[in-house]
Write a protein that binds this ligand. Structure first.
Ligand code: COA
Ligand code: AMP
Length: 628
């Protein structure tokens, strides 16, 4: 039997990565062709396309105009919360971007300087990202749902010259003023930046004389051309939650990123230039970076920047309205979004009101996709619904069912097979030997990772090595657990570290524990992620109070919720804390969070022989079962 396109391509990609990716790199217009395809840097980390020179913004905009796509739509801003739709052709987007780049240059931003963007989902966010890329500056977008403290942490780590922000974001039923958050972050951060530039929105302006007015600066800004950068130069830093309170600065380079994303659009998403592609996410997340901004534009598609939610903006038909209105071919979102739609419109009554015949695929990622949601979406849409798996670190999917290579059967519960370039394996945590089919272990990727993945952490090669490369020498450790079935489909069962996913938002329970532990009444605590029907997971705190402290669980929950909202942000959705007499631990003092999670999720578990006192597990179960 002939091998499928997938098998052939996959085997080629692993047998000779240099030939494979060297071939893919030809899809780019390089200023200087790379001298080597794969090499190692001074830390021994793999680097792609060293010696190559290019500009990501040129490839995303100018190139398409040169090739005749100037009048094609590049970006559609669709904002149900402001009742606005703005369409930008490639010519118009280039004009916006090159003037924004000129504005940044006038503010003194040079190649290699960092620029932080703390922005809602408005076109200026994408424009500013591309403007940074145009002049070789390194952007770092901070999700608008993060609190001032999180912004301050990122300011101190990235040390930006300029911070770009807007006066307000708009959530389902409220306006979020960004000004006070920015000011509080500036007060907390040690690093002082040169300028804060604010885009004033009609819905709510913010008056702070030290902030520069974005629109006024643009009036005087020249349109500037592209600065050539090295393929290995950083394009952006995106901070993500790790297993400590300090977020990790994932670095994305220019060359590998452009090659990988271009490849992914055709191979995984079956998308061609001119197609309309919609990732219903936020530019503050990796999905937004890769599939709202860079990949669709690098491919010459029309991308949609949606300032709304799947529900209540105005209703659960919102997605179908957008698909119909803009003739979307591919929709990519998180399962949570679909669970929300399913809850509000279980029989698809709103869905029936729209013509969604343009929609060919639905891709889901960001969290585990439960089978009920997958099947509901399949029945509703009657198109392939494809779960795929990736991380901020990888920048593009590592597991998928590559639609561009001819779909394989969809196996519910699995995020698909390894994408060409990714040698995904499941290993035993202790011996590092391969797990048998259907046996659960640690999900790792054999090095080298393909182009597009993180080459290192921002100014922290030691943490990169310790966090990802040390646990399984020769492999990148993803932090996820899972198994492969007999046919090579991989099932991701969840994080095996302290990271949780709340409504597709990646958060660290270790960071929450630091905040909970800072409460004056708390002696000790454990925060775990428990299953939630809508959001996938939500955090719950188990707290041992200090002697003499008397608080009800609801008082404690209220106070801790406030502290976590203030430090991390509302997206943490921390609402429940419960008092326990003691926490389950090993004799060496390690808290058995995984077992607590199993108890809360009503799953079987095996207590380790090193447990200090088995009776504590029963106590935890009783407290959990008696929760209100
Ligand atoms: N800026 C400021 N606040 C934000 C925010 C942002 N960008 N995003 C969310 N928040 C706030 C919300 O207003 C809410 O605040 P509240 O507790 O004061 O009401 C809180 O954070 C929790 O928000 P969310 O988790 O979005 O819950 P929700 O109940 O408002 O909406 C869903 C539920 C399912 C509609 C929503 O979670 C959703 O659209 N999920 C899809 C997620 C997604 O696309 N993830 C991207 C990864 S691919
Ligand atoms: P983020 O870095 O925010 O994209 O989060 C990455 C994490 O989300 C992964 O390590 C997984 O734990 C989880 N994740 C993403 N996609 C999937 C998926 N399709 N199935 C299961 N988990 C997923």
């Amino acid at each position: 039997m002939a091998k499928s396109d997938y098998t052939t391509l996959y085997e080629q990609s692993l047998a000779n990565p240099e030939t494979f990716w060297g071939e893919q790199a030809k899809s780019l217009k390089w200023t200087t062709e790379p001298a080597t395809i794969l090499s190692t840097d001074e830390h021994g980390f793999y680097r792609w396309f060293a010696g190559g020179e290019m500009n990501t913004c040129y490839l995303a905009l100018d190139r398409h105009i040169e090739e005749g796509r100037g009048e094609q739509l590049a970006l559609i801003y669709d904002s149900p919360v402001t009742q606005t739709i703005i369409r930008y052709t490639y010519n118009q987007l280039l004009d916006e971007v090159s003037r924004c780049a000129g504005m940044l240059q006038q503010l003194g931003v040079e190649k290699g300087d960092r620029v932080i963007l703390y922005m809602p989902m408005i076109p200026q966010a994408a424009v500013a990202m591309l403007a940074c890329a145009r002049i070789g500056a390194v952007h770092s977008v901070v999700f608008g749902g993060f609190a001032a403290h999180e912004l301050a942490l990122r300011i101190d780590d990235a040390r930006p010259k300029v911070l770009l922000t807007a006066s307000a974001g708009i959530e389902i039923d409220k306006i979020i003023p960004y000004g006070p958050l920015v000011q509080s972050a500036l007060q907390e951060a040690e690093h002082q930046m040169d300028h804060v530039v604010m885009w004033q929105r009609d819905v709510q302006t913010y008056d702070e004389p030290t902030f520069k007015n974005w629109a006024e600066l643009l009036d005087d800004a020249p349109a500037v051309g592209c600065t050539t950068v090295a393929a290995t130069d950083p394009l952006y830093i995106l901070y993500t939650s790790g297993t400590t309170g300090k977020p990790k600065g994932i670095v994305r380079d220019n060359g590998g990123h452009a090659v990988a994303l271009r490849f992914s659009m055709q191979t995984i998403y079956d998308v061609q230039p001119g197609d309309v592609y919609w990732a219903a996410s936020d530019v503050g997340w990796v999905v937004g970076h890769s599939y709202i901004v860079y990949a669709p534009l690098l491919t010459g598609c029309t991308t949609i920047l949606y300032e709304g939610k799947p529900i209540r903006t105005p209703d659960a038909g919102a997605f179908w309205r957008v698909v119909e209105q803009h003739r979307v071919k591919v929709l990519f979102t998180a399962p949570t979004g679909f669970r929300a739609i399913k809850k509000e419109d279980p029989d698809g009554e709103l869905f029936k009101k729209y013509d969604v015949s343009s929609l060919k695929y639905l891709f889901l990622a960001g969290e585990r996709c439960d089978i009920a949601t997958l099947q509901w979406a399949e029945q509703l849409l009657n198109i392939p619904v494809i779960d795929h798996w990736w991380q901020t670190e990888s920048g593009w999917p590592m597991l998928a069912n590559p639609a561009g290579l001819g779909l394989m059967p969809v196996v519910p519960g699995s995020a698909g097979k390894p994408v060409p370039g990714f040698d995904v394996q499941v290993l035993h945590g202790d011996t590092h030997t391969p797990c048998a089919p259907n046996e659960e272990g640690a999900v790792v990727v054999k090095l080298p990772l393909p182009p597009g993945c993180l080459p290192t952490l921002w100014e922290n090669p030691e943490r990169f090595h310790a966090g990802y490369l040390e646990a399984f020498p020769g492999y990148y450790f993803t932090g996820d657990g899972g198994y492969k079935n007999d046919d090579g489909y991989v099932f991701i069962t969840g994080r095996i570290d302290d990271v949780i996913n709340v409504a597709g938002h990646r958060l660290s329970t270790a960071e929450m524990e630091e905040i909970v532990a800072a409460h004056p009444g708390v002696a000790e605590c454990a925060v775990i992620g428990v299953e939630d029907q809508l959001k996938g997971q939500v955090p719950v705190g188990f707290v041992v109070l200090k002697g003499g402290i008397n608080m009800t669980d609801s008082e404690l929950s209220r106070e801790l919720e406030k502290m976590i909202r203030e430090k991390i942000g509302p997206i943490a959705c921390f609402k429940q804390a419960m008092t326990v007499q003691r926490l389950p631990k090993t004799r060496s003092g390690k808290i058995l969070r995984r077992i607590m999670r199993c108890i809360a999720d009503d799953k079987p578990y095996q207590a380790p022989s090193t447990i200090e006192d088995m009776a504590v597990l029963g106590e935890i179960k009783d407290v959990w079962n008696s929760r209100t």
